[in-house]
Write a protein that binds this ligand. Structure first.
Ligand code: ZN
Length: 182
């Protein structure tokens, strides 16, 4: 079933059934920006083709990623969710669950946080994570003062206008980095 994309692997032998709502395959169709945005906002964009060597598929996927990036920045009012950086060149759509781990999480806005590059890197490597309510968990101890400064406080996570990070995805991130067992 996993190979057919009907279930998602969560690690530790657990699986989750995919939602039954019709999904839109970005790999097979040339969608307009508006169609891509609608699909992303409805949580229905999906990447299916495993072999991405085909140039058309890659191009379609890239457009999907660009829209997801754009909608993520918009959702967080063009600002990093944990600091005041609003320079678009420094902002990324940071994925809570890594793309390789869950196909269905790829096109989902509730798997994307708008973060500046430093906070994105620190999130990706598990220096910080979040409880379901958005309170930050900071790894302790952190031997480098430069990193401690970036996570001092700790900063408050500003929830987005819509599509807040899904508890299931945050849980997977905490689990992967052994953060905040509570
Ligand atoms: Zn930041």
């Amino acid at each position: 079933m996993r190979d057919r994309g009907e279930v998602a692997f969560l690690g530790s032998g657990s699986y989750r059934w995919h939602a039954m709502a019709p999904l839109i395959d970005v790999d097979y169709a040339d969608l307009t920006d508006a169609q891509l945005d609608d699909a992303i906002l409805a949580g229905r964009l999906r990447e299916r083709v495993v072999d991405v060597s085909e140039e058309t598929v890659l191009a379609r996927r890239r457009r999907g990623h660009q829209r997801l990036h754009e909608l993520t920045l918009r959702n967080y009012a063009g600002c990093c969710a944990v600091c005041d950086i609003g320079d678009r060149q420094l902002l990324v759509a940071s994925h809570v669950v890594r793309w390789a781990d869950d196909f269905d999480a790829r096109g989902r806005l509730d798997n994307c946080l708008c973060l500046c590059q430093p906070h994105d890197a620190l999130f990706e490597y598990g220096y910080w994570g979040m409880h379901d309510d958005g309170s930050l968990i900071v790894r302790d101890p952190i031997p480098w003062r430069g990193i401690r400064v970036l996570l001092a406080g700790p900063p408050r996570f500003r929830m987005p206008q819509s599509h807040p990070p899904a508890p299931l995805f945050l849980q997977q991130h905490r689990y992967r980095h052994a953060l905040g067992a509570r």
